[in-house]
Design a protein around this ligand. Sequence first.
Ligand code: ACM
Length: 268
Amino acid sequence: MKAGFVQFDPIFGEVDKNIEKARQLIEPLDADLIVLPEFFNTGYLFTSKQEAEELGEIIPGGPTTEALCGIAGRKNLYLVGGLIEKAGDRLYNAAVLVSPEGHLGTYRKVHLFNEETLWFTPGDNEFEVYDIGSCKLGIMICFDWIFPEVMRVLALKGAEVVCHPANLVLPFCQNAMITRCLENRVFAVTSNRTGTEHRGGKTFCYTGRSQITGPAANILYRAGADTEETGVVNLDVSLARNKRLNPYNDLFYDRRIPFYGALTGQVA
Ligand code: ACM
């Protein structure tokens, strides 16, 4: 399958322009699956809950999800992209999965980063894996990467390709994804944004370097730190179904679960 990302510098609050930019970047691509950044339609650096609320949308049926469905239908591909979900009086940092036929699923970010904890409700659904024909796909958002449990759970549930919309500001994730993919023998597509936001007296610099990572700890594509860029790679998804490192070691069956009790407990 051909999977890829679009990397760009969304303009804060300019939803129509950001969707149009994403559309223009996706238009020439030949791919089965494209991942867009976290909050690709709104920008990231909110200064109040009200501001986030005004940019939030219902899913499905909101304008951004509808626009993505339109692109997916026209291009006959799957898209994963991040946006604010408005659900009653709650806001979620969400990512939608849309198919050529329409909205297929929504992931609500489980591990909120920094001031996101002020504006958003943490994700309250289980990690889900979607069979899209060309692969089994899982979704996590940005800071979820620092919790190895997320990719482990997705991989144990059968994910072969992890879609990872991001607005990364720390420099660690791209290298960490090499280990995440190795230890779970999966592919990952990290779609990060670029640029700098100055809002409410704060400055966030986003690290770009969107990355497609393979199960053999291999970087299949890494974008520039500050470029508007797309990348598409042909993935041999069957490699993610084989958890064996050698004739004697299988990364899933070799786990010694009785020794991992503390994983499900409280911090000492
Ligand atoms: C992040 O989770 N946006 C760093």
